[in-house]
Design a protein around this ligand. Structure first.
Ligand code: B4P
Length: 192
């Protein structure tokens, strides 16, 4: 299965993708994780991305597309993937369509996790305490939510207009949200 997970920062994309990966037995591709690995390694790309990410801005489309192309060239994506954190603007959505067309692939569903801003701010404050991620500071979270409204929300509309969007309520326990996603994308595999 080929899935794209959409939603505001803190909506649970990374959290649910980690579970879906086991369940669907396909790789989890998180552009945030790929970028954080570059930052941790101190690579030239990581050095470029570090400040941008800490501010809560989007890293350049060229860098992201190069990373994604690289990742999709690996064999393990042939039977499916869960893409988490990409696309984040309309240019990236168009680039993804083209990349998949070049590979002769098509994704099955774009799943949007919906969570209100108040709960997002609370979740990310919790993660800031637990993990100390630079971009979970209150200023950065506010900025990331603005970036999401301005640049990523149109991507949701793009997939809705293409009939590829599935909307899932992202509020509730991790198990409840997981069950809702599975029921939405693969009801034949859902249990209980
Ligand atoms: P990401 O790594 O994608 O970070 P994120 O949006 O915060 O989502 P994440 O998946 O980590 O968090 P989750 O909601 O699971 O991006 C980070 C940065 O990288 C971006 O700001 C940008 O600079 C850059 N970047 C990444 N992709 C890019 C792209 N395509 N283009 C340009 N730049 C890009 O979890 C959040 C918290 O909520 C966790 O603490 C979790 O435990 C908690 N949580 C999850 N589900 C919950 C639930 N049901 N109830 C309560 N808490 C829950």
């Amino acid at each position: 299965m080929r899935l794209v997970l959409l939603g505001a920062p803190g909506s649970g994309k990374g959290t649910q993708a980690a579970r879906l990966k086991e369940y669907l037995d396909v790789p989890h591709i998180s552009t945030g994780d790929l970028l954080r690995a570059e930052v941790a390694a101190g690579s030239p790309l990581g050095l470029q991305a570090k400040e941008v990410m800490a501010r809560g801005d989007l890293v350049s489309d060229e860098i992201l597309l190069g990373m994604l192309r690289d990742r999709f060239s690996r064999d393990d994506t042939r039977n499916g993937f869960i893409l988490d954190g990409y696309p984040r603007n309309l240019a990236q959505a168009a680039a993804l369509d083209q990349l998949l067309a070049d590979l002769g692939q098509k994704f099955d569903a774009a799943v949007q996790l919906t969570v209100d801003n108040e709960q997002i701010i609370e979740r990310l404050a919790g993660r800031a305490k637990a993990e100390g991620r630079a971009d979970d500071s209150p200023e950065s979270v506010r900025h990331r939510l603005n970036v999401y409204d301005q640049q990523t929300a149109p991507v949701i509309e793009f997939y809705r207009q293409h009939g590829q969007l599935t909307v899932v309520d992202g509020v509730g326990s991790l198990d409840d949200v997981f069950t809702r996603i599975v029921e939405a994308i693969a009801p034949e595999k859902a249990v209980g």
